[in-house]
Design a protein around this ligand. Structure first.
Ligand code: HEC
Ligand code: HEC
Length: 213
């Protein structure tokens, strides 16, 4: 009786070692030679983003989601880094820029390059058109030095194109900086104070009518 019960216990561990050794050898034999990692596909990664920003990156017409198509890749990458590191706060962007969605630098760069390659039309939402001359001159005086003539993007540090952005988004961002609800530069806070709400609306209206990048 004892012999019957003890035999499987004595040979059990050896059997297990043999099976493991065989499995390990087998796995080694099956491992393919090192291949260069496949380049991530920016257009595939952008499918998540398109749900909010639209397939051409034109955002949502009420300005709740900004137009991003055609923004410089360096700006898109720096914005994603800021959301990911919680330097810029938005609960939706914090989620979609996290490592579950964009695993590493290669994926961040790939999706940023795809965004930069998108072409979009004029935004659906502009202001009421009553203060366009004032908007143009305020922009030339206070903003063009950094944001480029006509609100085109600038390279270093990466500055977003403001031309062709939804007017309500531009207004909201300027007023958020003034009220310190946004981490974006303190310089904006002072400027938004100088321009006042009417001035901010005039600049946003004029910018929203300039051709997008
Ligand atoms: C659930 C909706 C949603 C999804 C999905 C989403 N975004 Fe956004 N995104 C937003 C909102 C809302 C903002 C504006 C946040 C704010 O007000 O600061 C934003 C802002 C941005 C900005 C900053 C634009 C600017 O002009 O400052 C970039 C760049 C951006 N998103 C890229 C992406 C990319 C790339 C993806 C996909 C990996 C993505 N977003 C997915 C909603 C979304
Ligand atoms: C000293 C340089 C500087 C000046 C002057 C400046 N900006 Fe900016 N602006 C930036 C930089 C850099 C960013 C992007 C980084 C950040 O968000 O702080 C930015 C971002 C913005 C954004 C956010 C855009 C987006 O897509 O998220 C808005 C809106 C904006 N600027 C409007 C203005 C307006 C309007 C003026 C003039 C009244 C102005 N800025 C003057 C440097 C400047």
């Amino acid at each position: 009786m004892q012999a019957h019960t003890s035999r499987p216990i004595r040979c059990g561990p050896w059997a297990a070692v043999l099976v493991l050794a065989f499995a390990a050898g087998h796995a080694r034999a099956q491992t393919p030679p090192e291949l260069p990692a496949a380049r991530p596909s920016g257009s595939r990664l952008f499918l998540d983003c398109a749900a909010c920003h639209g397939a051409d990156g034109s955002g949502v017409s009420d300005g709740s989601v900004p137009a991003i198509g055609g923004q410089p890749a360096a700006f898109v990458r720096s914005a994603l880094d800021d959301f990911r590191a919680h330097r810029r706060d938005d609960i939706r962007m914090r989620h979609f820029s996290d490592p579950q969605h964009l695993a590493d630098a290669a994926e961040l760069d790939a999706v940023a390059a795809h965004v930069a390659s998108l072409r979009r039309g004029m935004p659906a939402t502009t202001g009421d058109g009553s203060q366009l001359d004032r908007g143009r001159s305020l922009f030339a005086r206070h903003c063009a030095g950094c944001h480029g003539a006509g609100g085109a993007a600038a390279a270093q540090p990466p500055r977003p194109a403001l031309a062709g952005q939804h007017a309500p988004y531009l207004e909201r961002k300027m007023l958020d900086t003034r009220d310190m609800r946004s981490s974006q530069s303190r310089r904006h806070a002072a400027l938004a104070g100088t321009l006042g709400e009417a001035g901010v609306s005039a600049v946003a209206d004029w910018l929203s009518r300039q051709p997008p990048p």
